[in-house]
Design a binder for this molecule. Structure first.
Ligand code: A2P
Ligand code: 11C
Length: 343
């Protein structure tokens, strides 16, 4: 079966990776449309060595589309995802807009593929930092139960889009030349103040919510509970931006419910779908973002049993935020739906 596919936000950081993933994974495409803002309409875009013309994303653009991958920001999804669904497309939305809606499945195929069957035309792709964490935690939870998660993230600038990548590059060049460093994007474009990311770390991703946690932190907390079907799970997050281009890293502390040894956790993760165990301290082997850029798996290393709590474990989890964190997971959702006759 071949499908009519649309990518909304085709010119963006995630949209560009989406194109690569569809080619790399040989997704069965009958026809493909590239949609973006009116600014890009009429410009050329290359896909599989062919040139296509970008179209403006409008409700009518979704006529005849079977599957639409959205990654053009929450407000675009809010407006156009229902229009696409109304015209018979299945929307796989990479923004946060629909994620916590009870009618919308929020899916990481390795974790809760079965939720896809409940869709009403829109499937939400979780936040990048959530996806890589739940891929690592689900197999541990299944085997030993999970009661608590405390995560601190080290997130790459590409999570904030192409303009943030450019800003890191420009700031690095400005510093190199001894110039004043200019900041306009991070920590959040819409917030009042901006701070440089070159030579810095910023303990704010997205804007603050009323409870003192940022939206990014609340996404990790709420999405993890929804994907893992664990409303009782205790989750806390501190999300930090670091001067890395791509690849989010996470220091994750967990508490399991049943007795487990470090060797048990090793065994579970060695056999876990989507996970590569990279943990040999005798060889200084552990995952780092510079080496996982462009790679599909979620890498886990630095596994330790807590010294005071036998049910506590520490993990270091790294993955390419634009791939498993976004484009790859979205395409895997579409593949799973095809296999399950949902598309
Ligand atoms: P455009 O290039 O035309 O602005 P990133 O996350 O890397 O910043 O990319 C954002 C993506 O969302 C781009 O492809 C951008 O297209 C697209 N986009 C932004 N605003 C709109 C809009 N109003 N309608 C459709 N696509 C949009
Ligand atoms: C970041 N996690 O790294 C964010 C980007 O909800 O899909 C993804 C935002 C989202 O900045």
């Amino acid at each position: 079966k071949e499908l009519v596919v649309a990518i909304v936000g085709a010119t963006g950081a995630v949209g560009s990776q989406m194109k690569e993933q569809l080619i790399k994974r040989k997704f069965p495409i009958k026809h493909i449309k590239f949609l973006a803002s009116a600014r890009s309409a009429g410009k050329e875009i290359e896909f599989n060595n062919q040139k296509y013309i970008i179209e403006e994303a409008t409700p009518e653009a979704f006529e005849g589309v079977d599957v639409a991958f959205f990654s053009a920001g929450g407000s675009v999804s809010a407006k156009l995802a229902p229009e696409a669904a109304k015209r018979g497309a299945v929307v796989i939305d990479n923004t946060s807009h629909f994620r916590m809606h009870p009618e919308v499945p929020l899916v990481v195929p390795e974790v809760n593929r079965e939720d896809l069957a409940k869709h009403n035309g829109i499937i939400a792709n979780p936040n990048c930092s959530t996806i890589q964490m739940v891929v690592a935690l689900q197999p541990i939870s299944e085997k030993f139960g999970l009661s608590k998660v405390v995560v601190s993230t080290y997130q790459a600038v590409s999570g904030s889009g192409i303009s943030a990548i450019e800003e890191l590059r420009e700031q690095s060049a400005q510093w190199e030349k001894g110039k004043d460093v200019e900041a306009n994007i991070l920590p959040a474009k819409s917030d009042k103040k901006h701070y440089p990311i070159a030579r810095n770390v910023i303990p704010q991703i997205d804007v603050f919510t009323d409870n003192g946690f940022t939206y990014e932190e609340m996404k990790m907390i709420n999405e993890t509970k929804k994907i893992m079907h664990s409303p009782e799970l205790s989750v806390a997050a501190t999300c930090v931006r670091v001067p890395v281009v791509s690849g989010h890293s996470e220091s994750v502390y967990i508490e399991v419910e049943q007795d487990a040894t470090k060797q048990d956790i090793f065994e579970v993760l060695r056999n876990a779908p989507g996970v590569v165990l990279q943990d040999d301290i005798t060889q200084q082997e552990y995952p780092m973002p510079i080496y996982v850029e462009g790679e599909d798996p979620v890498y886990v290393g630095r596994i330790r049993q807590d010294l005071d709590n036998k049910k506590g474990f520490h993990l270091w989890v790294v993955s390419d935020n634009l791939l498993k964190g976004a484009a790859l997971n979205s395409v895997q959702i579409a593949e799973a739906m095809l296999e399950d006759n949902l598309l």
